[in-house]
Write a protein that binds this ligand. Structure first.
Ligand code: SF4
Length: 472
C-alpha cells in the first residue's frame, strides 16, 4: 500500500465526454515536495491508465491502495470526475483519507467539504499544506496550525485560511515526474488522451499568477489572487526551468510548452532562458501562448534556440471595442502587423476566438469568420481554430463582478460545473449570458460560426501543426 497517491481524475464517469487527460503541472511539484519529505508517492492519471489498459475508469481506481488519496480539482472540467472519484474511494476504502486541491477546489471549498466523501480541502497553493495533511494522516503528527487546509479533525471541520504561497525558488517539478506512473506515455498525452504519434511534450511552469486581468480568465491577477492568495506574478529562475527541460530531455522530451508567455516575464528573463537552453545543448521545439502580440525580436531569438516554434495568439473577437472591454489591448491593425512581422520567422501562429464576451452582439460576432479568414489568407504560417464553447471560470473577474461587466451567471456552484462536465450539447457548457447575448444565442452562434470557420482554407498551416506535434 502506498502512503500517498496523487490522482488525476477524468472529467466525468458518465462516458462520452472529453476526458481531459492533461494534468495541471502543479501535481508534479506536490509529488516532488512529498518525495522530499520521504513519503512513498505515486501519481496516477486515471483516464490515461484506463486508456492504456482498455479498462473502465472505475476499475483503475478500484485497484489502487493508499493511505491518502490526493485528488486534483484544479480545472472546473474535473468537477464531476473529482467528486465521483472521491465517492468511489470512500465506498471501497472507507478508512482512507481523501484530500482535494487546486484552483476550483479552493473556490468551492465549502461544497467540496460538504460532499461527504472528502476529509480535507487544500486552500491555495498546496505544497506545504499537503505535506502538513499527509504528515497528520499518515504519521499522526498534529500540525501547529491548519493554515492552507479546510480539514476534518475528529468530528469537526477546521478552516485554517489560505496558505502563504511558497517562494518559487523552492518549487520543483521535474523531480516529481519520477513518481509518475507510465511517465513516458504521459509525455505523449494531451487533453484528449494518449496519442502514440505525439512527440513527447511537457508543460513547464515558469511563473505563478499573472500581471493582467483579462476579464474571462481564472488565471488572471485578480482571479488567481482570489483563489490562491498570490498577489501578483511570481517568476521562476530561468536556469531552473532550463535544467528541468534538460532532465526531461533524458526521458525523450521534444516539445517544451511554457505556462506563461516569456514576453510577460521580460526580455532579460527570456534571453537568460534561451541562453541556458543553448548552453545545455538541448534540441527542443517550443510552444507558448502570447498574452498580447508576440514581439518579433522574441520570436527571432526563440527560433535561434529551438528547432521549431508554435505561438498561440488570442484576438478573441473581431471587435476592438469588445476586446478592449475584455482588457486585451491591441487593435486589429496591430494584430495584422504582428502577423506580418512573423513572416519567415519560422513560427506557426495559432489564432483563437471566444464567444460570450460582454459587448459582443450577433452582428459583431458574425464578423469573426471574415476577420479570421483575412488573418490567415496568404499567411501559410497562421491557423485559425474553431470556437470552443467558453465556460466561465468561477473565479475570473467577470464571474467575481458580474454586474460590473454586464454578465448574468448561470453556473454558481460546483454542482453546476459538474453538470456541465456531463453535458452533450454546446449549450450545456455555457455558464453565463451577457446583456447582448443569451445562453442559447451564444451556443447557436458558436455552431453557426464554426460552420463558417471550417470553410477557411488552411492546409499549409495544418501541415505545419502536424509536423510540429508529430515529426521528430
Ligand atoms: S488570458 Fe493570459 S494574460 Fe490574460 S489574464 Fe489570463 S493568463 Fe493573464
Amino acid at each position: 500500500m502506498r502512503e500517498v497517491v496523487l490522482l488525476h481524475p477524468p472529467s466525468t464517469y458518465s462516458g462520452g465526454a472529453n476526458p481531459f487527460s492533461l494534468m495541471p503541472v502543479g501535481i508534479f511539484s506536490l509529488a516532488a515536495r512529498l518525495l522530499e519529505e520521504g513519503f512513498d508517492v505515486e501519481i496516477v492519471n486515471v483516464p490515461l491508465e484506463a486508456q492504456l489498459a482498455g479498462a473502465r475508469y472505475a476499475d483503475v481506481v478500484k485497484r489502487l491502495e493508499a493511505e491518502v488519496y490526493a485528488i486534483s480539482l484544479n480545472w472546473f472540467v474535473h468537477a464531476d470526475g473529482a467528486l465521483e472519484t472521491a465517492k468511489l474511494i470512500k465506498m471501497i476504502n472507507p478508512s482512507a483519507k481523501i484530500v482535494v486541491g487546486g484552483l476550483t477546489a479552493a473556490v468551492f471549498a465549502e461544497e467540496v467539504a460538504g460532499s461527504g466523501y472528502v476529509d480535507a480541502v487544500v486552500l491555495g497553493e498546496g505544497e506545504e499544506a499537503l505535506v502538513k495533511y499527509v504528515k497528520y494522516a499518515v504519521r499522526g503528527s498534529q500540525p501547529p496550525d491548519w493554515r492552507g487546509l479546510y480539514a476534518k479533525v475528529g468530528r469537526r471541520w477546521v478552516r485554517g485560511g489560505l496558505a502563504e504561497p511558497p517562494p518559487l525558488e523552492r518549487v520543483r517539478y521535474a523531480e516529481g515526474f519520477r513518481a509518475m506512473r507510465h511517465a513516458r506515455e504521459y509525455l505523449k498525452t494531451g487533453i484528449l488522451g494518449f496519442v502514440p504519434a505525439q512527440q513527447p511534450h511537457f508543460w513547464f511552469a515558469v511563473a505563478r499568477g499573472c500581471l493582467f486581468d483579462c476579464i474571462y480568465c481564472g488565471g488572471s491577477r485578480e482571479g488567481y489572487r482570489f483563489a490562491m492568495g498570490r498577489a501578483s506574478v511570481a517568476v521562476r529562475d530561468p536556469a531552473a526551468v532550463a535544467e528541468e527541460m534538460a532532465q526531461l530531455s533524458e526521458a525523450g522530451l521534444r516539445i517544451a510548452r511554457l505556462t506563461h508567455d516569456p514576453q510577460m516575464l521580460g526580455d532579460r528573463w527570456w534571453r537568460r532562458l534561451f541562453e541556458e537552453v543553448r548552453g545545455r545543448g538541448l534540441d527542443l521545439k517550443l510552444y507558448w501562448e502570447s498574452h498580447r502580440l508576440p514581439a518579433p525580436h522574441l520570436v527571432r531569438e526563440a527560433s535561434r534556440t529551438f528547432a521549431a516554434l508554435d505561438v498561440a495568439v488570442s484576438p478573441e473577437t473581431a471587435s476592438e471595442e469588445v476586446r478592449f472591454r475584455a482588457k486585451r489591448y491591441f487593435t486589429n491593425d496591430a494584430l495584422v502587423k504582428a502577423l506580418d512581422a512573423l513572416k519567415g520567422a519560422g513560427a506557426l501562429v495559432e489564432l483563437f476566438f471566444l464567444l460570450g464576451l460582454p459587448g459582443e452582439t450577433v452582428e459583431t460576432a458574425r464578423l469573426i469568420p471574415r476577420f479570421a479568414s483575412k488573418l490567415v489568407e496568404e499567411r501559410g504560417y497562421a491557423a485559425v481554430y474553431p470556437l470552443i464553447p467558453y465556460t466561465i471560470d468561477p473565479n475570473c473577474p467577470m464571474a467575481l463582478h458580474p454586474e460590473r461587466y454586464g454578465v448574468r451567471l448561470i453556473f454558481r456552484s460546483l454542482k453546476d460545473y459538474a453538470r456541465a462536465a456531463r453535458g452533450r450539447k454546446t449549450e450545456d457548457f455555457i455558464g453565463h449570458e451577457t446583456r447582448e447575448l443569451s445562453r442559447r444565442q451564444i451556443a447557436a452562434l458558436i455552431e453557426e460560426l464554426n460552420g463558417e470557420l471550417s470553410k477557411i482554407p488552411q492546409s499549409e498551416a495544418a501541415t505545419l501543426k502536424l509536423e510540429f506535434e508529430e515529426k521528430p
